[in-house]
Design a protein. Structure first.
Length: 496
């Protein structure tokens, strides 16, 4: 019997304990505490032994699915395997013990690392300079847009309040633009899934601050007209923003700077090795072309003539930075992992990452396109989108397929995104998976397509072997039960 077949949260037994407090060495009696600060009754905590606690949490952890337990083909937000050496380095006491308010003279190594990582990212992306301050991709977008606004304003060009965003963009793009006070104008995709240049042209005038693009775009397609788009936008005085959250497929092959982009962000937690399930932690460094370097946020790391590093807060008159975007210098632990990742791979191997990710995605796509509907043909980059089963007469949906995959030990891909299709399944294998792993996934996907014909009911009622069966997602969203106590109140504590 598996742990979750008898999942019981109420383990508490009066008088049982799993701790022993140190003797009171305070030298004074606790009675000396003012009456108002003393509690009148003990804390309401479960009374359990140490093995109870260890087993409870270990068992719970095994009910989860992670990239360390199996294949995780999640498209749109690269979720790749993160080498453990980077974790080891990030947890070194010499780094984790640093305090952000230490004097610069005592953290010269950390500042040098900061400078060197910014340089490495500049070289990888073809940009002139980087800030490592933003805490997430969306935060990087906001920072990049602030830089664009700062640039236009510094030229007295105050009319540029509109930003163009393709209809296939990641949802954070229009959201960040709105937070930055810009008006979002949508440009359509053409039938090939690329930005429609004919639709773009009439939108361009002297009120356009710029365009935000992802290349490869959300469909995993390379925007072939990027040179033309860049010159059209630049001719009207706008700037090009590159959403590099999914830089993975381009690593070592193409650089946004060479494509004509002026500003971009990277998601270090996606491409550069930080585990980020469950919403964090992250870092969204922003790179800029040479003409925008003066608009990068503060603080900045600078190297003095004596070779010593110091931190510049932009106090000097005439500082043209777009301001501050974070409390200190960014999420240093994530920066460390990225630095370690870049150095561990080295120039030669980083060049392999992108092409391998692209090869894996195309291999799966070509191996499955007779069973699943492929709305956009052709070579994809890191990810691709199926629009449900090729034969949808059984009524089996993308949701059913995703749930059934869990029974076979695979994490479900991103589903119902992008919104361009009704039954989207978005698959991204990443570069670290072996051919055997990809073959295993392909075989299961083909088996599921077969089940849809032979026994659709088994898909409709999937998953069958997971700790929690198919959830009522509407009720889960409307009446969430998020704590143990709420669970007990709902009378659910003693069973599933
Ligand atoms: C993940 C992602 C983002 C947002 O990044 P966060 O770190 O989650 O804020 C933006 N754009 C694209 C294309 C992404 O995949």
């Amino acid at each position: 019997m598996k742990y979750y077949d008898k999942l019981i949260f109420e383990l508490s037994k009066e008088g049982r304990k799993g701790y022993s407090l140190p003797r009171n060495t305070w030298g004074r009696s606790l009675e000396e505490l003012p009456q108002g600060l003393r509690r009148s009754s003990g804390p309401c905590l479960p009374q359990v032994s140490e093995p109870d606690v260890v087993r409870h949490y270990t068992n719970l952890s095994q009910m989860n699915f992670g990239v360390d337990s199996g294949f995780y083909p999640l498209g749109s937000c690269t979720m790749k395997y993160n080498p453990k050496i980077n974790e080891e380095i990030a947890s070194m006491q010499e780094f984790s013990g640093l305090h952000p308010l230490q004097p610069a003279s005592s953290v010269q190594g950390a500042l040098m690392l900061y400078r060197d990582l910014a340089r490495a990212l500049s070289e990888i992306t073809g940009m002139a300079g980087f800030t490592l301050a933003p805490f997430a991709g969306a935060h990087g977008e906001l920072t990049g847009l602030m830089i664009i606004r700062s640039y236009h304003n510094s030229r007295g060009d105050f009319r540029r309040t509109r930003i163009i965003v393709p209809d296939s963009a990641h949802g954070t793009n229009p959201a960040s633009a709105a937070v930055c006070g810009l008006e979002v104008v949508q440009v359509k995709s053409n039938s090939a899934g690329l930005v429609d240049v004919a639709d773009l042209k009439p939108l361009l005038d002297d009120t356009v601050a710029g365009i935000m693009m992802t290349n490869p775009n959300t469909l995993g397609l390379f925007e072939k007209d990027i040179k033309e788009i860049a010159s059209l936008v630049h001719e009207c005085g706008g700037l090009l923003y590159y959403d590099g959250a999914n830089m993975n497929p381009l690593l070592g092959t193409v650089r946004p700077g060479d494509m004509g982009f002026d500003v971009m962000h990277l998601n270090l937690h996606k491409t550069f090795s930080t585990p980020h399930g469950g919403g964090g932690p992250g870092a969204g460094p922003v790179g800029v072309a040479a003409h925008l370097v003066p608009h990068l946020p503060v603080p900045r790391v600078c190297e003095g003539e004596d070779g010593a590093f110091h931190v510049d807060y932009g106090q000097c008159a005439g500082d043209t930075s777009c301001g501050r975007v974070s409390g200190f210098m960014g999420n240093f632990g994530v920066l460390l992992r990225a630095y370690s990742y870049v150095l561990a791979l080295g120039k030669q191997n980083i060049k392999m990452a992108g092409p391998l990710a692209v090869l894996g995605a195309n291999y799966i796509k070509e191996s499955l396109k007779d069973c699943f509907r492929l709305p956009v043909e052709g070579v994809c980059k890191h990810e691709f989108v199926f629009d449900g089963l090729a034969d949808q007469s059984s009524g089996v949906t993308t949701l059913d397929i995703a749930k059934r995959l869990l029974d076979y030990g695979y994490h479900a891909p991103t589903i119902y995104f992008p919104l361009l299709f009704h039954q989207s399944i978005m698959i991204e294998p990443t570069e670290t998976e072996s051919k055997e792993t990809l073959d295993g996934f392909i075989e299961v996907m083909r088996r599921i397509a077969g089940e849809a014909v032979a026994d659709p009911q088994i898909l409709k009622s999937a998953p069958h072997g997971t700790p929690v069966r198919r959830l009522d997602e509407v009720t889960a969203a409307r009446r969430p039960v998020l704590t143990y106590r709420a669970l007990a109140d709902a009378g659910l504590a003693a069973g599933r």
